[in-house]
Design a protein around this ligand. Structure first.
Ligand SMILES: [Zn+2]
Length: 196
């Protein structure tokens, strides 16, 4: 979906507010470059740099509204779970509150734990870490399986994400049966009969 002229100029405005981050002698050149971008170029630039929020929309709100495509792996009333596009490890997922909030409510726990369990059962990591993040002021949780060989994030390919999504969606949640409590009978030492 191409962006409108209005959106393009909004994004340009946003980009121009970032000029302070550049050395002074470069600013006029950058300003010129930004201003001369066509709508298509702005769109390509935004996509390339993951700056989709610059249109004034929060990327996560946009994902929740299905306006930005994502790899959804679960959903409940108040949250969605999607795959991270730049994962640190296989199965790295995000739990996003449908509301744009400052803090993730505790009710996110159910879906978060469900995803963590699924990832554990499916991919057998050493551990699964859960962190709270705030990106573009939208609080969310990340669920990161730890295999012990994580080094850095990589940009996941579409194929990789698609097959991972299928695998996770297919994975039945295996509920481990409660382990029956072993009844330990303390051995009572038998005292030798006392001979008075
Ligand atoms: Zn948001």
């Amino acid at each position: 979906m191409p962006i409108t002229t209005e959106e393009a100029s909004k994004i340009k405005e946003q980009l121009l507010t970032q000029l302070d981050n550049f050395p002074e002698e470069k600013r006029s050149q950058i300003t010129e470059q930004i201003n001369s971008m066509t709508g298509e170029q702005v769109e390509a630039f935004v996509k390339q740099n993951n700056l989709t929020h610059l249109g004034g929309q929060c990327i996560f709100c946009s994902i929740v509204a299905n306006k930005t495509p994502s790899y959804k792996i679960a959903e409940d009333k108040n949250y969605i779970a999607i795959l991270e596009l730049n994962p640190l490890s296989k199965g790295h997922s995000l739990i996003i509150p449908k509301e744009h909030l400052e803090k993730v409510p505790e009710s996110a726990d159910a879906l978060t734990q469900e995803i963590a369990r699924k990832l554990k059962n499916k991919f057998n990591p050493e551990d699964v870490k859960i962190n709270e993040l705030k990106i573009m002021d939208h609080a969310l949780l990340e669920v990161v399986p730890i295999y012990g060989n994580e080094t850095e994030r990589h940009q996941a390919s579409e194929e990789e994400l698609k097959s991972l999504q299928e695998e996770i969606l297919k994975a039945q949640e295996i509920k481990m049966p409660e382990k029956p409590q072993e009844v330990k009978t303390e051995e009572i030492p038998i005292l030798p009969p006392r001979i008075p």
